[in-house]
Design a protein around this ligand. Structure first.
Ligand code: DC
Length: 239
């Protein structure tokens, strides 16, 4: 069967990471989390004290930074990580999940020049197909010709509650109200920015998983992917 490029976009807490990882596992595809790259870069900027509104310094930083995504170790997996993230060789898997890193990522991601650097990396990483990549602009900018595009969404309260539970499991003492505010503020910025805003691609399938679990959502996407694989095989595309 031909191997697809599957783009999964959606707001924070829509279940993208868990769903994308499970879809990749079921199809034996590679899973790539583009948000982890923005988070890792933002973490480096925070550590170096680079102002989050300085586009040219952030662009330079992006060009001299090495971000690697690997399969999670059993320890990281037990702590809920979907992949291991290395920033210039150092393991930052846990650190990039803090709310400060999420907010900073959303600021850094608003700049065209920063995005160009990371988008080029993402395109290289997914070039061979057989990938499930998740983010905000995968179906619109990174892989506009992806064979399957999903826009994953859920009610804001549900998305905040999922994030809150993840934080609570890690021992972070944030209230549900704090997490709700963080998620809503970040979504607003990601949707309203001028460059590559979070928007549903016109040819993306909208999946609202407010009342669905990870497994159910992943299996629905796998069914859509297998249908696409069969269509392409019928059309004569080699595997
Ligand atoms: O998916 P995430 O929550 O880990 O992403 C963190 C931030 O990175 C998100 O608020 C916006 C940004 N991002 C982006 O602009 N484009 C992507 N493809 C992925 C993430």
């Amino acid at each position: 069967m031909p191997k697809l490029t599957i783009a999964i976009d959606g707001p924070a807490g829509s279940g993208k990471s868990s769903v994308a990882r499970r879809v990749a596992e079921l199809l034996q595809y590679v899973y790539l989390d583009s948000g982890a790259m923005y988070r890792a870069l933002a973490l480096k900027a925070l550590k170096r004290g680079i102002p989050l509104n300085d586009e040219s310094r952030l662009e330079k930083l992006a060009k001299e930074t090495r971000i690697e995504l690997k399969s999670p170790t059993p320890e990281h997996e037990a702590a809920g990580a979907k992949n291991c993230v290395f920033l210039d060789g150092a393991d930052v898997t846990q650190e990039i999940r803090k709310p400060e890193a999420a907010q900073a990522a959303s600021h850094v991601a608003a700049f065209q020049k920063v995005r160009e650097v990371l988008v080029a990396e993402q395109q290289r990483a997914g070039a061979g197909g057989g990938v499930v990549m998740e983010g905000r602009d995968i179906g619109t900018v990174v892989f506009p010709s992806a064979e399957l595009k999903i826009f994953l969404d859920a009610a804001p309260e549900t998305r905040a509650e999922r994030r809150w539970k993840e934080h609570r499991e890690k021992g972070d003492k944030l209230t549900l109200a704090e997490v709700f505010d963080e998620v809503i503020e970040r979504d607003k910025r990601d949707r309203e920015r001028k460059v590559s805003p979070l928007v549903r691609a016109t040819d993306a399938v909208l999946v609202d998983n407010t009342a669905m679990g990870i497994e159910e959502t992943a299996r629905l996407i796998v069914m859509l992917a297998q249908e696409r694989e069969r269509e392409l095989a019928r059309a004569g595309r080699p595997g």
